[in-house]
Design a protein around this ligand. Structure first.
Ligand code: HEM
Length: 324
């Protein structure tokens, strides 16, 4: 019973993650960069990813990956499937939370830890219920590798170093291996090419994918402090951060140049100001973010997600063929 209770993750500051990282009190602005400089991206990629995503750039990487969701919907084979399961349109907060919490558990505890393995197993069980191509899997993996680097290039208080990029790439290459994804690129440059080529070839409109994107945008409008601003303004800000190719795939209108300049400029001002702020001494994992709201009393990773019994896309196609 006790061990059962202990395995329920509590969203309180008592967890190990809230403890200061040893030796991290009174850190200087570039101390975390110095720390990742000393790590070996071939062996320490998990620790490097933890420093990047939970300490050095938690907000930025969370934003980058939230915006990356839209990129994945814009590939119709992905957007259609995500629409057909109904999770993103009917239970979007839970879907968002479960995705973050499963990936967060892997990051926090490590790929080969018990908690990490339980999380990967949960993810693989869900994916295994659907006909998902290796190419789509590779593309989604590429969004995890590339979009945080590009976001930080534009809006970070500093860019990722080459060493950090190699570490983060290796982290996702290993995650891909645990997910049975084949033909994973060896380098960051390989992921960039894969991502850009795939988007050029596959981005296009699908009404289901658009519904999933609309629903995700509505959810983002409820996040603090977005909830204090008019919805139209929050959405306008989000559109201003999207590139034309992505907007076109959803038939979203292009924002005005002024809106783009103001929105992107605001993020750049934030980046400049951040340089004068103290370094985060405590790691902040996704489960501690206020946007994650489905489990105020904690959760067990093995209970997260869905337990599908078949692929709705297959059934949809069979119904259409039967009607033809
Ligand atoms: C590296 C690649 C990917 C990662 C890391 C990933 C991650 C995840 C995670 C963490 C979950 C659990 C979310 C939840 O429990 O609600 C999940 C569920 C799911 N994923 Fe993926 N995913 C990847 C690729 C894909 C692709 C390419 C597709 C579709 C073509 C896809 C479709 C789904 C579906 C259908 C579910 C079940 C929940 C639902 O019905 O929406 N995933 N994925």
């Amino acid at each position: 019973m006790l061990s059962e209770l202990q395995s329920v993750v509590q969203l309180t500051p008592t967890s190990a993650a809230r403890r200061p990282v040893p030796g991290s009190v009174q850190m200087k602005r570039y101390d975390l960069r110095s720390r990742t400089d000393r790590l070996d991206p071939e062996t320490d990629y998990e620790e490097m990813s933890r420093i990047l995503a939970a300490q050095e750039f938690p907000w930025d990487i969370n934003q980058a990956l939230s915006f990356a969701l839209f990129r994945t919907y814009a590939v119709p084979s992905i957007g259609k499937l995500l629409f057909s399961t109904g999770e993103f349109t009917d239970k979007v907060q839970k879907r968002y939370d479960d995705t973050s919490l499963i990936l967060d558990a892997i990051l926090e505890h490590g790929l080969s830890s018990t908690e990490g393995r339980k999380s990967v197993r949960r993810m693989n069980q869900m994916h295994g219920s659907y006909d998902i191509s290796n190419e789509d899997m590779l593309y989604v993996l590429a969004t995890f590798v590339v979009t945080p680097v590009r976001w930080l290039d534009e809006y970070g208080w500093r860019k990722m170093t080459d060493n950090e990029i190699v570490g983060s790439t290796n982290y996702y290459r290993h995650l891909g291996r645990y997910m049975n994804i084949k033909d994973t690129p060896d380098t960051y440059e390989g992921f960039v090419k894969l991502l850009d080529d795939y988007e050029r070839e596959h981005f296009s409109f699908d009404s289901g994918a658009r519904a999933v994107a609309d629903s995700t945008l509505d959810l983002m409008c409820t996040f603090s402090p977005n909830n204090l601003a008019p919805k139209a303004l929050v959405k306008g800000f989000a559109f201003a951060l999207m590139d034309d190719h992505l907007l076109d795939a959803f038939h979203y209108k292009h924002p005005s140049t002024a809106m783009r300049v103001v929105s992107r400029g605001a993020l750049k001002v934030r980046a400049r100001l951040l340089r004068f702020f103290p370094v985060r001494t405590k790691r902040k994992f996704a489960r501690e973010l206020p946007n994650i709201r489905s489990y105020p009393n904690g959760y067990k990773v093995e209970d997260l997600g869905t337990f599908p019994t078949g692929c709705p896309v297959k059934h949809l196609q069979a119904d259409q063929q039967a009607q033809a």
